[in-house]
Design a protein around this ligand. Sequence first.
Ligand code: ADP
Length: 244
Amino acid sequence: MNKALLEVEHLKKSFGGVTAVDACSFTVDEGTITALIGPNGSGKTTAFNMITGYLKADSGTIRFHGETVERPRPAGLYRRGLSRTFQQARIFPELTVQENLVVAAGYTWRQLFGRRVSAEDAQRSKAMLAEFRLDQLSDLVAADLSYGQRKLLEFAAVLMSNPRLVLLDEPTAGVNPVMIDAMERHIRERNRAGVTFLIVEHDMQLVMRLCDPVIVLDQGSRIAFGSPEQIQSDPRVLEAYLGA
Ligand code: ADP
């Protein structure tokens, strides 16, 4: 029996007259790669932003690892094991690839440039670079990476905090097919190593082969939840996507 790692209950957010997320509830069980899908404007990004503390919810509760998160703040959640990526990778463009990973392990820039990084963390960042096949690029400034490489670097950086739950916001949007394969492989490997994922992704083929279960939002509410097979044959989902 899986254990709920993230529980979202009656989460709500309006912008002026627009209800972006409307009393939305769902759970993410430990050990899963869960997808959060839905048509454009269905509230996925707003839900992500509330869960990760980038946006304040109007109402509702978020529980992580059995504890209610009273005032979600990105840094606090990061320390508790909940990390995220962004549609446009957020990395430090002026730092090298390796320095990005060291900073993500919790070092300040002062410690980084004062060479006060522990041998263990230096080694961990090297191992992560090798795992992500970024080792050839480790001394390049991140600004010089391709779009897809930046997304990989952001993912690797997020993993430096040893998260239990990672929210990935469109991890393969705009990246080439080789990079999509690499991203998929890394997600699977890390999931096997114990990391739980919640993924917003528009590539339905990828969602259907990688994720289980799938949560479907429409107009801010959850309209379906189940295995990829169940979702694909759910008339409410077809209606939401196709307006049928
Ligand atoms: P999705 O990620 O599923 O495309 P969003 O969460 O971005 O959906 O948007 C849900 C709804 O909320 C949309 O109608 C969108 O226009 C609206 N919305 C999102 N963010 C804002 C904002 N900052 N100000 C006003 N409306 C917003």
